[in-house]
Design a protein around this ligand. Structure first.
Ligand SMILES: Cc1cc2nc3c(=O)[nH]c(=O)nc-3n(C[C@H](O)[C@H](O)[C@H](O)COP(=O)(O)O)c2cc1C
Length: 171
């Protein structure tokens, strides 16, 4: 048993005996890259959501995955566009990460972006994989979006990191 209460049935614990607090505290210790996953609305406007559940999955074929909450508006859009871009935020883009963590159809209006093959690419992002949705898989209260990477680019910029509920720069 850990010192912060893992495996203890107490307040907020679920059927397997891990409380939301201990689960959340444990994963707050994991340094995570901060991305904004983007796609287009039907009217050609852009939508973006801050996502840290992101990783590479396969090299051949080139696959990556992101996990989206079932209630995500972005997830709803992805079910129809079936395409998305992943903007790996740069160290100086914490404000963009905060903006895109809000709800609302107009949250992306304050973000500076360029159209890249019909997808919204955030100016100054450290890396940019472009994807077609290959699979949507169940993952508890999230949906695992498997993306086939159709293009990739990187910039000379250090990435933004999220650790212990704070945005950090590497340098
Ligand atoms: C650092 C950070 C990381 C986040 N990671 C995720 C994530 O991996 N998946 C997710 O669904 N939401 C994540 N969120 C929360 C969403 O950004 C937030 O719920 C957003 O309002 C959803 O917007 P949407 O409904 O337009 O998709 C994260 C928020 C922050 C601040």
């Amino acid at each position: 048993m850990s010192s912060n209460g893992s495996h203890v049935n107490g307040n907020g614990s679920d059927a397997v005996g891990v409380s939301f607090e201990s689960f959340s505290e444990t994963f707050s210790q994991v340094p995570q890259a901060v991305t904004v996953v983007t796609t287009k609305n039907g009217d050609d406007s852009a939508h973006g959501t801050t996502v840290s559940a992101f990783c590479s999955l396969s090299v051949d074929p080139p696959l990556l995955l992101v996990a989206l909450d079932r209630s995500s508006d972005l997830l709803k859009l992805l079910r129809s566009t079936m395409r998305f871009g992943v903007n790996l935020l740069s160290g100086d883009q914490a404000e963009v990460g905060l903006t895109c963590a809000k709800k609302g159809a107009d949250k992306f209006q304050a973000v500076s972006w360029t159209d890249e093959h019909g997808l919204p690419r955030i100016d100054g992002a450290a890396a940019w994989p472009e994807c077609e949705v290959q699979e949507l898989l169940p993952g508890g209260d999230h949906v695992i979006v498997v993306g086939l990477v159709t293009a990739c680019e990187t910039e000379e910029a250090e990435p933004l990191v999220y650790h212990r509920r704070r945005f950090l720069q590497l340098t």
